[in-house]
Write a protein that binds this ligand. Sequence first.
Ligand SMILES: Nc1ncnc2c1ncn2[C@@H]1O[C@H](COP(=O)(O)OP(=O)(O)OP(=O)(O)O)[C@@H](O)[C@H]1O
Length: 407
Amino acid sequence: MTSSPNVSQPNRKVMIRLENLTKRFPGQKQNAVDNLTLDIYEGEIVVLVGPSGCGKTTTMKTINRIIEPTSGRIILDGEDVTTANPDTLRRRIGYVIQQVGLFPHQTIGENIATVPKLLGWDSKRVTARVDELLDMVNMSPADYRDRYPKQLSGGQRQRVGVARALGADPDVMLMDEPFGAIDPITRDRLQNEFLRLQSEVRKTIVFVTHDIDEAIKMGDRIVILQEASRIAQYDTPERILTAPANQFVADFIGKGASLKRLNLSRVSDIELSSWPTVRVGADSAQVLDQLRSSGRDSVLVLDDAGRPRRWVGAGDLQSSPSGALEEIGVPVEGMVEPTATLSDALNELIAARNSVTIVVDPAGVYRGVVDINQINETIRAMRSTSAAQNAADLAERSTAGSASERP
Ligand SMILES: Nc1ncnc2c1ncn2[C@@H]1O[C@H](COP(=O)(O)OP(=O)(O)OP(=O)(O)O)[C@@H](O)[C@H]1O
């Protein structure tokens, strides 16, 4: 079954269309990809996700014809490329794989220059492009251009893989588990860097992963695939989490969909709550006054620049009545900036004193707090938006149905 299989977006250009695509490998009884039809819009990251062996990689590799389809068509930017020259096709499509596949005996610069050279660019243009790409992936050209792949860390090699795929500025990139073999912290950083880069370059990207959390983070849209690349749901991350189309999708997302949803909202998306604050030079009477009027059991002490420093409660004042505020109470920990996700905020909140997470601007200046009610409210709002959207979709489908039944 397919739910909103090809999310029609009339105002956007379809960059990749897979039409009734089927692949059966020689000697196999089953199709690895069975009659898949999929539209991918310009400038979006579409993530193919599904259980091992469901056909994600095979589907992706038919797009640049590393795997030739058995039947069906591949349309790239309006052009049928099903039987086009595969070498020419591959130069139009960037390709990043988990093993990176850098040429070990070539320098980083030479690796990145591969496709521009094949396209016959002159050497000055190639050199400029190599340096530009190294800068784009946060690697200093002077430091890295002349090194060899074995002189880089795994994360750096992966960045070079991305730079090389972007070499000739292709419209389309295919990424097959590009951050799969990397430790979780580096992986998170590479994902963030890549999303920042994508917000500048706006490529059309097909991204394969078996990790639903990575799909939710990276995808503008996610295609959840069942066996033989049958579409279980093709939708935005929000809709997949809030309105799974069927039991297969619900099971694949697993428990904790509400928590995963929090990865989709940022602290800057919500209105912050306030907390009683005093400056570090305040006296006990001011602290007690704030405590009384707010009904809270501690105040947040800000330094002269407005940066949170300590939590101070009435008990702290009593135990040290003349104590300076910077020396009593407990130091604040675990603050977040507005760009943090609500999931990050919740993580801090669970460990925090007073069950709130302090929000500061990039200079560390106090902005407000996030509390558990705001997080609950966000989840509720997401649910009701999805429910409203579902109702609208159903109404639209039934109108379309009855319109087509009219004589
Ligand atoms: N060269 C091949 N010859 C025969 N069968 C193949 C070949 N490549 C893949 N298959 C089969 O096709 C099916 C889809 O494989 P594919 O690699 O596309 O799955 P996947 O979803 O990417 O899996 P994974 O997440 O494990 O990488 C599997 O059943 C696989 O065994």
